[in-house]
Each structure stands twice: as structure tokens, then as C-alpha cells.
Design a protein around this ligand. Structure first.
Ligand SMILES: Nc1ncnc2c1ncn2[C@@H]1O[C@H](COP(=O)(O)OP(=O)(O)OP(=O)(O)O)[C@@H](O)[C@H]1O
Length: 251
């Protein structure tokens, strides 16, 4: 799967005032790449994600998935949200199976897929638990495998780890990375966090508040799992922090 964003322009109307959020944005993501969108609040990260998801239309430009224009949401793209959005009244199994039932996937196929997903996420034995009986990490893993249930080609994540503390966040990054390594699915994640971007990404895209302009497209050439204490790791963080500081200074 190859994802192309071509010349995207997006304007919102707020109280009859036009707000141009994205102007001529171009981006290409290769199959199996993990890309983070990093940038100050309000620079248009979630807007791009929603356009890729097909939830939001843009005035100009297009999103292409394997050279096919995206016009609406579809099972080839799956979303993971900050609060995980699990159904509290459903068990782990019911949450994961839900999108497959929606897609009318047969029972045999569903059970097979469930088994595979529980195994890759280390959730075997937890099928009968409800979300309130799970740790934050488990909830996140359920949200990710539920998103993977219908074999999407792209996983879109909007600050999936935004609501947790520092230590927990690092643990969750490692858990998310483990699942991603097993599936090697194309992933695009929105984050504010420089450390998270360097830890998770093959490439970090830094956007500015000036109509979402891409200030930097930085390839992270580090082996996985990443050593947060390594000099190279720190160097990448410093480079991104410097770019972000300039962007806040100019905002
Ligand atoms: N539906 C909408 N209607 C009007 N304005 C919107 C709408 N959605 C987003 N905006 C505006 O567009 C701009 C970009 O919003 P967006 O949510 O994409 O930014 P972001 O980079 O994801 O921000 P954050 O990091 O704070 O989540 C903001 O100024 C926001 O107020």
C-alpha cells in the first residue's frame, strides 16, 4: 500500500471568518512505514488524519491509496483515538469482534482472526474481561487490535497515548511498537511529543502553524527497539526540539 497526499488545501469557516489550515500539502508514505506528524497545537495534524480517513473533505487536492482516490471512510483505514473508545459494556472479545460482525465476516473467520490478534497483543486469557477490568496498557492493546480486526492497510492514530503519564506512556509506546512490528502495517500517528516521535517513527513530519507547511521530513535511522539513552537518539530529539522551538517562536 502506498499513500499519497497531493496538494491538499483545507479551509474552515469559524464565525464567518475563513481559517486556512492546510495549503498545498504533499506527503508520500511507503508501505509498512511508521510516520509521526509532529507540530504545535492547531497546526492541522488531526485535520490531515481526518482527510486521510475520509471523514473530512478538502477543497483542493486528493488522497490516494494505491493510486485510488479516497472519497469516504473505508475498512482499508482504521482509527485509534486518544481515549481508546472501547465499548464499556462489551468484553475484550466482543469489542474486537464487533467491527468484523459489522463487516459480516463469518463466525469461523472471526474466531480465527480473534485468536491471531489476542496472540500478537499478549491478551490471550483476557477475552472475557470488560474494559474497566483492564490496565491502561491492556485497553490500548485492545483498541489497536480492534482497529486491526478488518485487515486495514493503514492505521491512523490521533494522539493515542496523549492521556497517560510519562512512565506509562513509555510502556505503551513499547507495547504499540511490538504490535506494529508483528503486523508491519503502514501507520500514521499524531503526537506533540518529540521523544515519542523519535521512539516510534521511521519518519517524522514536522508541521508549522503557517497553513500546515511541512518544515521537516526527517528519517530516523535507528535500529529497533530504540535505545532512549543512545547519543544518536538524543541528537534526533535535539534536532526536532530545535525545529519546534522555532515554530513556537514564530507562532
Ligand atoms: N471542524 C472544524 N471547524 C472549524 N475549525 C476547525 C475544525 N477542526 C479544526 N479546526 C481548526 O483548524 C485548526 C487545526 O486543527 P487540528 O485539530 O487539525 O490541529 P492539531 O494540529 O491536530 O491540534 P492539536 O495538536 O491541538 O490537537 C485549528 O485552528 C482548529 O481550531
Amino acid at each position: 500500500m502506498n499513500l499519497k497526499i497531493e496538494n491538499i488545501n483545507k479551509t474552515f469557516m469559524n464565525d464567518k471568518v475563513e481559517l486556512k489550515v492546510l495549503e498545498d500539502i504533499n506527503l508520500e508514505v511507503q508501505e509498512g512505514e511508521f510516520v509521526c506528524l509532529l507540530g504545535p497545537s492547531g497546526c492541522g495534524k488531526s485535520t490531515i488524519l481526518s482527510i486521510i480517513g475520509g471523514f473530512l473533505k478538502c477543497e483542493e487536492g486528493q488522497v490516494l491509496l494505491n493510486n485510488k482516490v479516497v472519497t469516504k471512510p473505508g475498512i482499508d483505514r482504521a482509527f485509534v483515538f486518544q481515549n481508546y473508545a472501547l465499548f464499556p459494556w462489551k468484553t475484550v472479545k466482543e469489542n474486537v469482534v464487533f467491527p468484523m460482525k459489522q463487516q459480516k465476516i463469518c463466525k469461523e473467520e472471526r474466531e480465527k482472526k480473534l485468536e491471531e490478534l489476542l496472540n500478537i497483543s499478549d491478551l490471550k486469557g483476557k477475552e472475557k474481561l470488560f474494559p474497566h477490568q483492564l490496565s491502561g496498557g491492556m485497553k490500548q492493546r485492545v483498541a489497536v487490535i480492534r482497529a486491526l480486526a478488518c485487515n486495514p492497510q493503514v492505521l491512523l492514530m490521533d494522539e493515542p497515548l496523549g492521556a497517560v503519564d510519562f512512565q506509562m506512556r513509555q510502556n505503551l509506546q513499547e507495547e504499540l511498537e511490538n504490535i506494529w512490528i508483528k503486523k508491519k502495517i503502514t501507520a500514521i500517528m499524531v503526537t506533540h511529543d518529540v521523544d515519542e516521535a523519535v521512539y516510534m517513527s521511521d519518519r517524522v513530519i514536522v508541521m508549522s502553524r503557517d497553513k500546515g507547511k511541512i518544515l521537516k521530513d526527517l528519517k530516523i535511522n535507528l535500529s529497533r527497539p530504540r535505545d532512549r539513552k543512545a547519543k544518536d537518539y538524543e541528537d534526533y530529539k535535539e534536532e526536532l526540539t530545535n525545529i519546534l522551538s522555532k515554530c513556537y517562536a514564530n507562532a
